[in-house]
Design a protein around this ligand. Structure first.
Ligand code: HEC
Ligand code: HEC
Length: 313
């Protein structure tokens, strides 16, 4: 789209003011159309055959984690990752159980409305776990659910699934997790359980977390990252990175500042952010950035101020 505008400008067919107007119009229209479409996208019918086996690449040439903040390690060479498709939205059950699944989905997608009291920033869970927690390569809930309880380096203990949810409330949402027996926690767990229906437990499902990223050819660089940002991200997230609100809620979430994730969050690790961005951003055009661009822009995002790590680190 930007290239198109550039071409028109170079041809001299546009007065520059048109570009300003068009850009504003695009941002507003995108906010009104794209965002509901993302949420609705989750309703697309999915093929029912849930389990198939896929060979995942050898881990030999994958880089070491750059910090202790993430715990999604590549599977050892030759280990088979299991392919899985969650049930379609239209298959959501009815009755009390179904109501709880739906509440869990609502909390996940509209956290600002359904669990506001537990959140200390402007984000919704779905902002990082795309398609209502369904999208492979965007840390889908179905792949997480079957891997807990699990030991995590981050807090050096075996974590329950609730512990893991609580981690994202504390760091990604800069808030305080609801009690493990609260309706919010039970609903989020029930929604995850339902999304994982038919998946084997204790198995690494293909699409868990983010695809592992190779190290970039050059060390990540903030100056290059700023250029990548202005060209590919500013349109939605704002030139100032503070996101764009429509009717008091973020249509495009902030990447830094007081309404964003805190410095203890998984997304604050440059490696995690680079992996998320490479696979998923710009929204709808995942994998369009080069490896270098993804690392550079992640480094750039990482240099900005955000709420402090609540552990005082
Ligand atoms: C700012 C982005 C962001 C937001 C917002 C966010 N998360 Fe996360 N979440 C992450 C990242 C990054 C990871 C993976 C971290 C890692 O590699 O260990 C993660 C991991 C998880 C996992 C474990 C995934 C796995 O496969 O082990 C669950 C479950 C989860 N988040 C649930 C939630 C819930 C529930 C919310 C809302 C209350 C939420 N997240 C909000 C970024 C986010
Ligand atoms: C077309 C609009 C659009 C563009 C362009 C775009 N994003 Fe996003 N981005 C979004 C939306 C919308 C979300 C939240 C997704 C959701 O809620 O389903 C998001 C989420 C994110 C998140 C996680 C949430 C948060 O606030 O931290 C990060 C990080 C991110 N984008 C980085 C980038 C980067 C870096 C670029 C440029 C390479 C980029 N985005 C380009 C629309 C966009």
């Amino acid at each position: 789209m930007l290239r198109w505008i550039n071409r028109l400008t170079q041809n001299g067919k546009f007065h520059p003011m048109w570009i300003v107007l068009a850009t504003s119009a695009i941002a507003v229209v995108a906010a009104m159309i794209a965002v509901p479409a993302i949420y609705e996208g989750a309703k697309e019918p999915k093929k029912p055959s849930p389990v198939a086996v896929k060979q995942i690449p050898a881990a030999a040439n994958l880089p070491e984690p750059d910090s202790g903040q993430h715990d999604l390690k590549p599977a050892p060479a030759g280990v088979q990752a299991v392919h899985f498709t969650p049930p379609a939205e239209s298959e959501m059950p009815s009755g009390e159980f179904g109501d709880t699944v739906k509440l869990g989905r609502n909390i996940f997608v509209h956290t600002q409305t359904y669990a506001k009291g537990f959140v200390g920033n402007g984000l919704n869970c779905v902002n990082c776990h795309l398609d209502a927690g369904r999208k492979a390569d965007a840390t889908p809930l179905w792949a997480a659910y079957v891997k807990f309880p699990a030991y995590r380096d981050k807090n050096k203990k075996v974590n329950s699934y609730e512990d893991r949810l609580a981690g994202c409330f504390r760091f990604s949402m800069n808030g305080t997790a609801p009690d493990y027996n609260s309706k919010e926690m039970i609903a989020l767990t029930t929604y995850s359980y339902w999304l994982a229906k038919g998946a084997p437990t204790g198995v690494e499902l293909a699409g868990r977390g983010y695809p592992k990223l190779e190290n970039p050819p050059l060390a990540p660089d903030t100056t290059r990252g700023a250029t990548v940002y202005q060209a590919n991200c500013a349109l939605c997230h704002g030139a100032d990175g503070l996101g764009t609100k429509v009717n008091g809620q973020y249509a495009f979430p902030p990447l830094w500042g007081s309404d964003s994730f805190n410095a203890g969050a998984g997304m604050h690790s440059v490696k995690n952010a680079a992996a998320f961005i490479k696979a998923n951003m710009p929204l709808g055009k995942g994998n369009s950035l080069s490896l270098q661009e993804a690392w550079d822009v992640a480094q750039f995002v990482d240099t900005h101020d955000r709420p402090a790590d609540p552990r005082g680190k």
